[in-house]
Design a protein around this ligand. Sequence first.
Ligand code: ADP
Length: 162
Amino acid sequence: MATKALFAGSFDPITKGHIDLIERSALLFEDVTVLVSNNTEKTTLFTAEERKELAQQAVKDMSNVHVDILTDELVVEYAKRHQITAMVRGLRSMGDLDYEMVIAGVNHRQAPNVETVLLLADANYRYLSSTIVKEIASYHGDVSEMVDKDTAIALQKKYREK
Ligand code: ADP
């Protein structure tokens, strides 16, 4: 039985869409790891450590959720090392589905015992992405409906420094 799950992503920064998915995963699985990826070629606004701290702050009231950083390793390897048997991903659109099916296929080849679990985005957050949040925050727009309080403050601070 899949008791331990993993939710991996860039979380640059964590949004209410991510948080909703984590809350729902925490009801389905005994233990959920939010894995902040530091592997990607993408340049990020926040450092991995900052992204981890913001995610930690956002999930602090969820007792079966913790946050870690992934470095120099494939997500499936991390999952295998920690006896995690489910990888949760979020689906906002058909575009997400196309992409997720490819990733799930690749991951399945690497780790046949790790199952990909796709959860549908909440209707309220279907159009929400970290990219949109950053775009709005960069023009000093209001992102309070999209991210939690600490993340909104961190965004303001980042774009003031820039
Ligand atoms: P990556 O860039 O590595 O895909 P993201 O942080 O953008 O990382 O996304 C991590 C996961 O969260 C993905 O599965 C993505 O589909 C999901 N996700 C992102 N935004 C939302 C949202 N608004 N609602 C539900 N799931 C989401």
